[in-house]
Design a binder for this molecule. Structure first.
Ligand code: PLP
Length: 386
């Protein structure tokens, strides 16, 4: 079957870019490992295929699938989330330009702009994007080229108003980039909310099984797409065929996985509220969360990430991470298995000593799709040991 824009999310996830193989009818299109493609006479390319860095049918399938899910005209797949971010920034920035970033983004994104792009004359300022008047003032002062936000944010689960920020930024001609890794297109579609570019670490929920590293960009503007496409081709940080295929396979079950992630995260978050060892439960699905109403408006569910601020500080946070039994202590997130992470020393070590430093009392849970009762019991037994 073919897909169109009117099909529902799961129909698009399963069928977009997944036409059965023309030669054999194989329902799952083959993984194309070939690095080069035969030409019918010099320059006689078959369907545009020439060399694997430029185009590959398996990568094309993934890109069509991603574009269909984010509602974008163009998608580009990369070897990692950071490779995608790097390609985008090189496509839009010139030395002397400035990036205005939320103060609670993925540590590696901040490190990329500060330490790599900083050397090439790019300025970086971070701030709290919930302060819309502050954003207007800062834009007036800095005239940034790019506004970069992440919502919900990592690891403090702050929710940012994409539509309001996009309006403010567009009045000043600024490109709005949203890292949609935590929410996924099942729960949030930033292009529809007014953003210009969506960034993904497909390593997380899209891949969904903690077995493939990848990244993606989705956008509508044809001119920007040709600049990004040139970066993808000319700098070459593309995803390999096997990685692209694993990501495609993961995406087909995204909707059912996300429903379970949301359900389990809500159960874990609610069980932690009011617990003696827990000062704050950071989960946008709780009425008490400052971003709850905004999240309910701009998202279709609250996601699978829950952070806890423990009353016992650093010592308690470390003990908690090391006491869990079903949750595995590991970096990353978004897989079917539950993980616990100690951000200040693991995922966010690179932002220590900056304004983005994560408090030592914070632990971050990537709530998986195991049985909710087992996850709640695990968190409770770890808290009982503090
Ligand atoms: C992991 C992550 C990235 C970076 O992606 P990689 O695939 O590890 O390069 C970017 N943003 C967010 C929100 C992430 O969680």
């Amino acid at each position: 079957m073919t897909t169109n824009d009117n099909h529902g999310f799961s129909t698009r996830a399963i069928h977009a870019g997944q036409t059965p193989d023309e030669t054999t009818g194989a329902v799952i299109p083959p993984v194309h490992f070939s690095t080069t493609f035969a030409q019918d006479g010099i320059g006689g390319l078959r369907n545009g295929y020439e060399y694997g860095r430029g185009t590959n049918p398996t990568r094309d399938s993934l890109q069509q699938q991603l574009a269909a899910l984010e509602g974008g005209a163009h998608a580009f797949s990369f070897a990692s989330g950071l490779a995608a971010e790097d390609a985008l920034l090189r496509a839009v920035l010139q030395p002397g330009d400035h990036v205005l970033m939320g103060d609670d983004v993925y540590g590696g994104t901040h490190r990329l702009v500060r330490r790599i792009f900083g050397q090439w004359g790019i300025g970086l300022t971070t701030m709290d994007f919930s302060d819309l008047d502050g954003v207007r003032t800062m834009i007036g002062q800095l005239a940034p080229k790019v506004l970069w936000l992440e919502t919900p944010s990592n690891p403090l689960m702050k929710v940012t108003d994409v539509t309001a920020l996009a309006e403010i930024a567009h009045d000043a001609g600024i490109l709005v980039v949203v890292d949609n890794t935590f929410a996924t297109p099942y729960l949030q579609t930033p292009l529809a909310l007014g953003a210009d570019v969506v960034v993904h670490s497909t390593t997380k929920y899209l891949g969904g099984h903690s077995d493939v590293v990848g990244g993606a960009l989705v956008l509508n503007d044809d001119e920007l797409a040709s600049q990004v496409g040139f970066q993808q081709f000319a700098a070459g940080a593309v995803s390999g065929p096997m990685d692209a295929w694993l990501t495609t396979r993961g995406i087909k079950t995204l909707a059912v996985r996300m429903d379970r992630h949301c359900h389990n995260a809500q159960a874990v978050a609610e069980a932690m509220v009011g617990h003696a060892g827990v000062a704050r439960v950071l989960y946008p699905g709780l009425d008490s969360h400052p971003g709850h109403e905004l999240a309910a408006r701009q998202m279709r569910g609250f996601g699978g990430m829950v952070s806890l601020d423990l009353t016992g500080g650093e010592g308690a946070a470390r003990r908690f991470c090391e006491s869990l039994e079903v949750f595995t202590l590991a970096e990353s997130l978004g897989g079917v298995e539950s993980l616990v992470n100690y951000p200040s020393e693991m995922t966010h070590a690179s932002v220590r000593g900056t304004a983005l430093e994560v408090p030592a009392s914070i632990v971050r849970l990537s709530v998986g799709i195991e049985d909710a009762a087992d996850l709640v019991a695990d968190v409770e037994q770890a808290l009982a040991r503090l």
